[in-house]
Write a protein that binds this ligand. Sequence first.
Ligand code: SF4
Length: 279
Amino acid sequence: MSEDRLSVTDHSRDSAGLRYVYPVVSRRAGGVSIGINLNPNNACNWRCIYCQVPELIRGTAPPVDLALLEKELDGFLHELQHGDFMRRVPPEARRINDIALSGNGEPTSAQEFAEVIELIARYKPAGLKLVLITNGSLMQRDSVQQGLRRMAQLDGEVWFKLDRASEAGMALVNDTRLTMDRVSQNLTTAISCCPNTWLQTCWFALDGAAPGAQDEDDYVDFLKGLLRGGIRPQGVLLYGLARPSMQPEAARLSALPAEWLEAFGARIRALGIEVRVSA
Ligand code: SF4
């Protein structure tokens, strides 16, 4: 990794020169996140219009070379703890924040997902947070449920994508066709396997228009329905547009004023659900 590529927040997946493991240095989060990218082929089963993956293609993760992943994770953890890497990091970010399964596509689309979590379990230092960032669409798979149950034993956290709570909204923003019943089932499965499941929601303007009152109502009604059914996510991570989209729609997207995100967040909080807003 060259020094000049390591900016304060470096999200480039290849900055450590590895296939699966990449560092994200964040001054805001005050640490280094160890990213695990199971989709080096830039393939996802969704196509969110705000997606930051360049040359995104529709598809699934290729077979995971578990031996290589193990070598990279072990080696990178060792480098972070005993090597030179931290000397190039701003002093206030010289600690390991978490291990995050995220990357250039949907991590749970890897057939070896459960084995990957097992592997992480063998190397994860005690107390280090483990996060799965997922679109939640493959929760019906046994291997995904097995992986999530193992994550729960490791005090892991799931961030489950819910950008819009209507079929039309999801088709528009995520370019996917799922019924809201299916989304609800997927979320219920995620929470039952790993109770520390958060919703992650990206809220932005399209063609200059903010999400409408109907979008907000759909979202709030969806949450109310969950709560009535005894399903409670840990909370909602409400994001604005942090970084530019790499999709053809990029020029049509714009960030909303922070107060708008806060106002929507307040509606969700009124349901008794924790909300963390990042404008
Ligand atoms: S689910 Fe994630 S990786 Fe897949 S298209 Fe959406 S933002 Fe990109």
